[in-house]
Design a protein around this ligand. Structure first.
Ligand code: GZL
Length: 307
């Protein structure tokens, strides 16, 4: 397709549609599946021709996909960077090819913000703070030490770095809270279960699990039950995302609190892409709207959840 130029003419795909190249992280979690569905369905209803790739959580695959979109002269590139670092070179190649880039979901640590037009996604630090605030409230009347284990997301990813920082910022205000172990479970159930089994073996007294996503929390629940303990009671669990299976576990009392991270970025992404290709101004940062859920709220919300 010809590139959308500064003359305001929208770039044209085969049938006149705007062509977007989307480099997705992978299919590691229920969140990711819901996010992919949102992008694909929104492209269809927005009349955007979508080229889609799944990087199996490998940065080199995302970089390859972005390079292939540049070769194909798509009108706009969007992607969710699996990790924060290592993007400047390929983003400079997109800029030289005069193809605008939109970051969705996760951020990059590039100092040169001219390398992308906007970043659409959640405030992960705030998500970590929300998790910490619930815990502080939950234990406000207790003086005893609270032993916390933490299942981090993918090492080097913005959600892992920021959810850890936001949570630590809040709980470090009270010395009774001790994060006694913190390790990556790579946002997957399998790894979450494996790491939680190791935490349980190494730490006789665990009061709380803070998992950076529902999927690792669900894996950890299997490990906790396998160790003969009751999730949600013997070990309180806080997770992030609020995908269906996490909300079900919350309603069932196996998780105590979930901080929502909405994957439904598709509609906003398509609107931003059309503006960007037309050369219109867009905000540098678009923060996703999202909330939190207690066990009671999960029971109310479940019947009408989209994912
Ligand atoms: C957050 C997203 C994270 C989810 C995980 O926006 O990048 O990646 O929290 C997913 O479930 O794997």
């Amino acid at each position: 397709a010809a590139c959308g130029g500064g003359d305001g003419s929208a770039a044209k795909g085969g049938d006149g549609a705007l062509v977007m190249g989307f480099a997705q992280v992978g299919a590691e979690s229920g969140w990711r599946t819901a996010n992919t569905k949102s992008v694909q369905e929104s492209a269809k209803s927005a009349g955007v021709e979508l080229k889609f790739s799944d990087a199996q959580q490998k940065q080199e695959n995302q970089i390859k996909a972005i390079r292939s979109y540049i070769q194909q002269k798509v009108d706009v590139i969007a992607f969710s960077p699996v990790v924060e670092s290592g993007w400047d070179t390929v983003l400079k190649e997109a800029k030289e090819a005069n193809i605008p880039v939109i970051l969705t979901d996760r951020a990059v640590d590039s100092k040169d913000t001219s390398l992308y037009k906007t970043f659409l996604g959640s405030d992960f630090i705030e998500e970590g703070r929300k998790a910490g605030k619930w815990l502080v409230e939950e234990y406000k009347d207790s003086k005893d030490p609270v032993n916390i284990v933490e299942l981090q997301g993918t090492t080097g990813s913005a959600p892992a770095n920021d959810r850890k920082a936001g949570f630590a910022e809040v709980v470090s205000a009270d010395s009774k809270f001790n994060v006694i172990a913190s390790q990556s479970g790579d946002f997957t159930r399998a790894k979450g279960k494996e790491v939680m089994e190791a935490f349980l073996k190494a730490n006789p007294k665990i009061d709380v699990l803070y998992a950076h996503n529902d999927d690792m929390g669900l894996g950890a629940i299997e490990a906790i039950e396998g160790a003969g303990k009751v999730p949600g009671k013997d070990i309180k669990i806080i997770t992030v995302d609020a995908v269906h299976d996490g909300m079900q576990a919350l309603a069932d009392g196996k998780i105590n609190y979930i901080v929502e991270c909405s994957p439904l970025l598709g509609p906003q992404l398509m609107d931003l892409a059309k503006k960007v290709v037309k050369g219109e101004q867009v905000p540098a940062r678009v923060v996703t709207e999202e909330t939190t859920f207690t066990q009671e709220q999960a029971k109310q919300a479940l019947p009408t959840r989209q994912y």
